[in-house]
Design a protein around this ligand. Structure first.
Ligand SMILES: [Fe+2]
Ligand SMILES: [Fe+2]
Length: 275
């Protein structure tokens, strides 16, 4: 089972640039072209939130046009830049988005692997939250899929990253504590995959050190590596990319970070081009 994660697409209206600099739709199209060329082909792609940039519904039209080029089944998750109802309206064929509640939370079974997608949105805050209703849903779903290897996907990571600017926009303390309580009860959670940070970071879940979590680089712009105390927030045009989560029986989840080119290679170890 090969699950591709794209995140923080931040698609804008035609002619608009994210952060006044980044043509995010163009970046997304490049990432999709790279994913379509992958061999083996991923079984599914999950987009872990911040699908658009300013919550304007017209951005979802651009997003939909870009994503129509993807040749792999796609699942969408909300981030703090998204708008739940506008997302549902723009993707009427994505039936899993209509959850019967205000939250965009759902379960997907991909072969032997279960993916539970959580909604950490807390509008109008940029930070995230998991209220009792969402945590109860997670607990019930984990109970229902007990014994199946399970991956949880959500936008805001359940750990501090050391980048103070982004940690100030993180998951609420209550949401984080509740999340740790729930995942600690269910030993079949193999991994938690997140977005929001626009960087690749691995950590254990705060309060549940037995569960590993990670974030992923954006398909567009990245958050500057600012580990100095008090470092101001900024973006850097480091290479965009996506993650490939490979799950196999007995081996669990292995995560590969893939950059979107152009870049040179591949070459043999003797320097010859590999066709
Ligand atoms: Fe983002
Ligand atoms: Fe975000």
């Amino acid at each position: 089972m090969l699950l591709c994660q794209i995140t923080d697409l931040h698609v804008t209206r035609p002619g608009a640039l994210a952060c006044a600099r980044v043509d995010t739709a163009r970046s997304l199209r490049r990432a999709i072209a790279a994913i379509n060329r992958l061999s083996p082909r991923p079984d599914a792609v999950i987009a872990t939130g911040d699908l658009i940039d300013t919550s304007h519904p017209s951005e979802y039209e651009v997003l939909r046009a870009c994503l129509s080029e993807l040749t792999v089944p796609l699942y969408l998750c909300v981030g703090n830049h998204d708008h739940r109802e506008a997302l549902r309206a723009a993707f009427p064929d994505h039936a899993y988005l209509r959850t019967g509640s205000e939250f965009v939370q759902y379960r997907v079974d991909l072969g032997a692997l279960t993916v539970l997608v959580l909604d950490t949105q807390d509008p109008p805050n940029a930070g995230g939250h998991l209220c009792d209703a969402r945590l109860t849903w997670l607990d019930e779903q984990l109970q229902a899929c007990a014994g199946r290897p399970t991956l949880v996907a959500m936008h805001h990571p359940p750990f501090d990253t050391g980048i103070e600017f982004m940690d100030g926009l993180g998951l609420s303390a209550r949401g984080r504590a509740g999340f740790a309580r729930v995942v600690s009860r269910h030993r079949h959670v193999e991994r938690v995959i997140c977005g929001h940070l626009h960087r690749s970071i691995q950590a254990s879940v705060a309060g549940a050190p037995e569960v590993m979590a990670s974030t992923c680089v954006s398909t567009a712009h990245q958050i500057t590596l600012g580990l100095a105390p008090g470092a101001p927030g900024s973006i850097a045009l480091e290479p965009p990319g996506f993650a490939l989560h490979l799950w196999q029986p007995g081996a669990g989840v292995r995560t590969h970070l893939a950059y979107v080119g152009p870049y040179d290679g591949p070459y043999t170890f003797d320097g010859e081009s590999v066709s």
